[in-house]
Design a protein. Structure first.
Ligand code: PEP
Length: 251
């Protein structure tokens, strides 16, 4: 059985006081959770705070992006090795906001994926289509190409040490959620695609759904057989919402 994962993506939100309150509530609210891992992916400046608040708890942490480079004259960038200094476990790569707003193409995303793994981090690789691409029935083509580019660079075996997140761009931060069946269909496509390279890796691969997951829709999404948890944006900033989403995953 695949262990479910619910990971919060705080994006560019947070503050020292607010984080302390949120994290303390999440830890208490999810204590004793079964068959589900919980994590938060936070802005870089808060990694030290998050590390000190979450160490020795069941909640793990990570970042939202890394540089594709190891070190050097890359002003403003943060390397994978730097994240390991704060005991990060996860790092999100290829989030649609990075692809769209910062021009990250699938090749750059693949290099970041590799950089994360080389440093011992677990990448959460995001894939997904725009509304236009869905309406022109090319979702599978788009998601398939995003996956093929990564597997082409890193090979399929290392996908075993990663997490995938299907995040339809039209559902991110819009309040529109893919129906459980729409999400399940793409998750099956992703699993079959990875299975075409390696069946065992595909069977064990955790595929999260992301896109306006809330306490009110989490249960129906997480009961789909190929949805192994969620990547949660807005709702991860509200303690009660995030706790309910985490608890929904264990059922
Ligand atoms: C995200 O940005 O990864 C995300 C899923 O956002 P939201 O839950 O707010 O749609």
């Amino acid at each position: 059985m695949r262990l479910k994962l619910v990971a919060g993506n705080w994006k560019m939100h947070g503050g020292i006081e607010q984080n302390r309150n949120l994290l303390n509530r999440i830890v208490v609210g999810t204590v004793g959770i079964q068959n589900t891992a919980c994590a938060v992916c936070v802005p870089y400046p808060y990694l030290s705070q998050v590390q000190s608040l979450l160490k020795n708890t069941h909640v793990s942490w990570g970042a939202q992006n890394i540089s594709q480079h190891d070190k050097g004259a890359y002003t403003g960038e943060v390397s994978a090795a730097m994240l390991t200094d704060f005991c990060c476990y996860y790092v999100i790569v290829g989030h649609s906001e990075r692809r769209t707003l910062y021009g990250e193409d699938s090749r750059t995303v693949s290099i970041k994926f590799k950089a994360a793994q080389d440093a011992g981090l677990v990448p959460i690789l995001c894939v997904g289509e725009t509304l236009d691409q869905r309406e022109t029935s090319i979702t599978e083509q788009v998601v398939g190409e995003q996956l093929d580019t990564v597997i082409g660079l890193v090979g399929v075996d290392v996908m075993a040490r990663s997490v995938l997140a299907y995040e339809p761009i039209w559902a991110i931060g819009t309040g529109k959620t893919a129906t459980p069946q729409q999400a399940q269909d793409v998750h099956v496509f992703i699993r079959n695609k990875v299975a075409s390279y390696n069946i065992k890796v595909a069977t064990d691969l955790r595929i999260l759904y992301g896109g306006s997951v809330k306490a009110s829709n989490a249960v129906e999404l997480f009961t789909m057989p190929d949805i192994d948890g969620g990547l949660i944006g807005g709702a991860s900033l509200v303690a009660d919402e995030f706790i309910s989403i985490c608890l929904a995953a264990q059922n």
